[in-house]
Design a protein around this ligand. Structure first.
Ligand SMILES: Nc1ncnc2c1ncn2[C@@H]1O[C@H](COP(=O)(O)OP(=O)(O)OP(=O)(O)O)[C@@H](O)[C@H]1O
Ligand SMILES: [Mg+2]
Length: 163
């Protein structure tokens, strides 16, 4: 497992981190987002969708009532992003019943409150844990559980910073 720490000094910085991940996102990638209410999980998903070329970012919101939102990326015509919010799920079985395994096989999955469904997530996932430092600043602890997520992580590693 490899691990890096990033800091974000505001909404835009968090969005940019998401965007860099979205630019290299492909089918089979799983991104697990962990952090308290209002810490910036959905902000990261919006950035990811932006980087993947989702045409209308207004559709990117926490899928609280439907559990899963789907977005089509325009940079890679075959890529579908499954945006999962497990906040109101009773347990992993519910997400399993919704076909989470197939989502991961067919597209890329981004999961808010991923710590609520740990046993469902593949080992090779990129985990972003958000720690709220103050009103504007966040620490992002990014860890990769395998080779595919290490590739994703490279896009946000400090050496890859280009804007
Ligand atoms: N550095 C930052 N990164 C992200 N959001 C920030 C930052 N600083 C302040 N904010 C504010 O924090 C809020 C984050 O909201 P967001 O919906 O992304 O959080 P969330 O973790 O998805 O919340 P929820 O648990 O309700 O789904 C926004 O209001 C945003 O303006
Ligand atoms: Mg959210």
């Amino acid at each position: 497992m490899t691990r890096i720490e990033l800091t974000s000094d505001g909404l835009d910085a968090t969005h940019r981190i998401g965007r860099r991940l979205g630019e290299v996102l492909s089918a089979g990638h799983v991104i697990a987002l962990i952090g308290p209410l209002g810490s910036g999980k959905t902000t990261l998903v919006k950035g990811i969708a932006d980087g993947a070329g989702v045409s209308d970012l207004r559709q990117v919101n926490s899928p609280t009532f439907v559990i899963v939102n789907e977005y089509d990326a325009s940079t890679d015509a075959d890529l579908r992003i499954y945006h999962v919010d497990t906040y109101r799920l009773r347990g992993s079985e519910d997400l399993e019943a919704l076909g989470f395994d197939e989502m991961c096989a067919q597209g890329a999955a981004v999961v808010e409150w991923a710590d609520r469904v740990p046993e469902l997530l593949p080992d090779d996932r990129l985990t972003l844990e958000i720690i709220v430092l103050n009103d504007r600043c966040r620490r992002l602890v990014v860890s990769a559980g395998g080779p595919r997520s290490q590739g994703l992580m490279a896009s946000v590693a400090p050496s890859a910073e280009r804007r």
